[in-house]
Design a protein around this ligand. Structure first.
Ligand SMILES: C[S@@+](CC[C@H](N)C(=O)[O-])C[C@H]1O[C@@H](n2cnc3c(N)ncnc32)[C@H](O)[C@@H]1O
Length: 266
C-alpha cells in the first residue's frame, strides 16, 4: 500500500469516527429518493437486475439506493470502516450487497466485463492518476455499460468559501494537472464541537482535458455532463457562505459515459 492509500485510510477512519456526512448510511430511502440519490440527472434508465459497481463508494448511501431499486450491487472501497456502513445499510433494508475492500487503482479482483453500471461517487481526486482508474473501469464494464464519475471542478480547485475578499473569491492555485492540493474540510462535513479535528483532505487536480481525453481514449462516449451536482446555489446569500460560494464556483462536475470501445469517428 502506498502513502496515498495509507493517508486516505487513516483519514476515512477518522471521518467515520467523527460521523462525517459522507460516512452516514442513508437509512431513510424510499424508491423515489433512492433514484434521486443515484440519478440526479435522470440519465440512468432501468437498474433492476443490472450488475452495479459502486466504486470507492463506501458509506451506505449509493449501494443501498441501487439495491433498493433491485440492482445486483457490489461496493468497493479502501476503507473497512466505510464498508461497515454499507453492511449496516444492507441489513437495515434486508438486501444483499457484496462488499469488497480495495484500491480503485487496481480492480483486478473483478473479471473483465463484469458490470453494467459503474457509479463512481466523489473520490477520484484522492488519487493522482485519473486515467489509470478509467482504464480499470473500462476493463470491468460490459460493452454499452454506463460509467458515472464525479470529480472536482478543476478550474477552481483549492478555492474555498472563506476566500471571499469583499469583491470575489480568490483563485490561489495555478492550473496544473496532477497538482497536489489540500484545504480545510467544509464546516458541514463534521462537527468541530463534538469531534476532534480530522486530517485535511489531500487531493489531486485532474484537468478537464485529462478527464475528457482519458475517457475518450479508453473507449467511453460521453452522453451527459453536469456542473450542478445536487447543490443549491444562491447568489443572494451572505457572501462567504457555502450557498453563495457555489453560486460563483461550482465545486464538482459529473460525467456520464457509455463504454463503446468500437465507436470510431470516420
Ligand atoms: C466522498 S466518499 C464517496 C462515497 C460516499 N458514499 C459518498 O456518498 O460520499 C469517498 C470514498 O472514497 C474512498 N477512497 C479514498 N481513496 C480510495 C482509493 N484509493 N480506492 C478506493 N476507495 C478510496 C474513501 O474510503 C471514501 O469511502
Amino acid at each position: 500500500m502506498d502513502e496515498i492509500a495509507k493517508y486516505n485510510l487513516a483519514r476515512w477512519k477518522a471521518l467515520v469516527e467523527a460521523d462525517a456526512l459522507f460516512t452516514r448510511p442513508n437509512l431513510n430511502l424510499t424508491v423515489d429518493s433512492a433514484r434521486q440519490a443515484i440519478d440526479f440527472d435522470g440519465k440512468l434508465g432501468e437498474v433492476a437486475e443490472k450488475d452495479v459497481l459502486c466504486l470507492a463508494g463506501g458509506g451506505g448511501q449509493q449501494s443501498a439506493a441501487f439495491a433498493l431499486l433491485g440492482a445486483n450491487v457490489t461496493v468497493f472501497d479502501l476503507s473497512e470502516e466505510q464498508l461497515k456502513r454499507d453492511a449496516e445499510a444492507a441489513e437495515h433494508y434486508n438486501v444483499d450487497i457484496k462488499i469488497v475492500q480495495g484500491d480503485m487503482r487496481d480492480l483486478s479482483h473483478f473479471g473483465e466485463a463484469s458490470f453494467d453500471i459503474v457509479n463512481h461517487a466523489y473520490s477520484i481526486n484522492f488519487v493522482p492518476d485519473a486515467v489509470l482508474v478509467f482504464r480499470q473501469v473500462a476493463r470491468v464494464l460490459r460493452n454499452g455499460g454506463i460509467y458515472h464519475v464525479n470529480f472536482t471542478n478543476p478550474f477552481i480547485m483549492g478555492m474555498e468559501q472563506k476566500d471571499w475578499n469583499g469583491e470575489g473569491y480568490i483563485l490561489k492555485e495555478p492550473y496544473v494537472n496532477g497538482a497536489k492540493i489540500s484545504y480545510d474540510d467544509q464546516d458541514w462535513v463534521y462537527s468541530r464541537e463534538e469531534y476532534k479535528p480530522v486530517l485535511n483532505p489531500i487531493e489531486y487536480r485532474h484537468a478537464l482535458s485529462t478527464v475528457l481525453n482519458g475517457l475518450f481514449e479508453n473507449g467511453f462516449v460521453i452522453f451527459h455532463v453536469s456542473d450542478n451536482c445536487d447543490m443549491y446555489p444562491n447568489e443572494n446569500a451572505e457572501p462567504g457562505t457555502w450557498d453563495h460560494f457555489v453560486a460563483f464556483a461550482p465545486p464538482w462536475l459529473s460525467i456520464w459515459g457509455s463504454y463503446r470501445p468500437d465507436f470510431k469517428i470516420e
